[in-house]
Ligand binder design. Structure first.
Ligand code: ADP
Ligand code: MG
Length: 253
């Protein structure tokens, strides 16, 4: 069993009278991909941004890598990777220059080409952010989360709006980040994404966690309870056809 790297206890967040997060508790284990899964408005981003030290909480306790969020937010910031707002991507700079700028801000020595290699963007090194496709933009934004060699990376709906190839490429990238020992916390409202990618998921709805387990366990529990799909399904779907026709490995978008 891996160590606990994030512990959230009785977390609440109110916006005025509105309760966006209602007394949730969960642990994230070191080295896992942990998913917060739920519909729009469930409270995923609020929860994520509190753990990222970017949003205040109403009550509860959050520990990140042994540090209490209330006492050591600045130390926590140093060991986490957070996707930057794209508005921070100065329009006049190319990808290499942006990475150099951010590594300067973080006071980190990084090899920009090595980082671009990791997210498969070496060919775009001299391009500007706005010239990238949707999937490339997401990959670049994930690259920026890795500049400070974080222990934990937070990704908020990284694949929303991407086409099937770009999504799969991003899943591969996220798995490769985990394989290097980094803990990944991701939010999504896509069930297939959570099933493919996450070691464990917390399903959120209306500010509460209504289930927390591995996708496999959740599915097994449902089947064991007597659930059956209403009719036999085909062993492929239209997305499989599309991927098969256009090529899963194709990375140019
Ligand atoms: P999710 O990321 O799951 O879509 P959010 O955490 O963004 O959900 O939002 C949860 C709820 O809190 C939503 O009903 C949203 O409208 C509300 N909310 C989010 N941010 C604010 C804010 N700054 N002020 C008021 N309400 C907010
Ligand atoms: Mg959100």
């Amino acid at each position: 069993m891996n160590d606990i790297i994030i512990s959230v206890k009785n977390l609440r967040k109110n916006y005025g009278a509105f309760e966006a997060v209602k007394d949730i508790s969960f642990d994230v284990l070191e080295g896992e991909i942990f998913g917060l899964l739920g519909p729009n408005g469930a409270g995923k981003s609020t929860t994520l941004e509190i753990m990222e030290t970017l949003r205040s909480k109403t009550s509860g306790e959050v520990m990140v890598a042994g540090m209490n969020l209330d006492n050591e937010p600045n130390h926590i910031k140093k060991i986490i990777g957070v996707q930057l707002q794209t508005s921070g991507f100065y329009p006049g700079l190319n990808l290499l220059e942006l990475i150099e700028l951010f590594s300067g801000l973080y006071n980190q020595e990084v090899d920009p080409m090595e980082l671009l290699q990791l997210v498969n963007l070496t060919e775009k090194a001299k391009s500007k952010y706005k010239q990238l496709s949707g999937g490339q933009k997401q990959r670049f934004s994930i690259a920026t989360t890795l500049i400070n060699q974080p222990k934990i990376v937070f990704l908020d709906e990284p694949t929303t709006g991407l086409d099937p190839q770009a999504r799969r490429n991003l899943w591969d990238l996220i798995k490769s980040i985990r394989e290097k020992g980094t803990t990944v916390i991701i939010t999504t409202h896509y069930m297939d994404e959570a099933e493919q990618l996450c070691d464990r998921i917390a399903i959120m709805d209306e500010g509460k966690i209504i289930a927390l387990a591995s996708p496999d366990k959740m599915i097994d529990d449902l089947v064991r309870s007597g659930f059956e799909k209403p009719k036999p399904i085909k062993s492929a779907n239209l997305e499989d056809v599309f991927i098969s026709l256009t090529g899963k490995e194709m990375r140019a978008e």
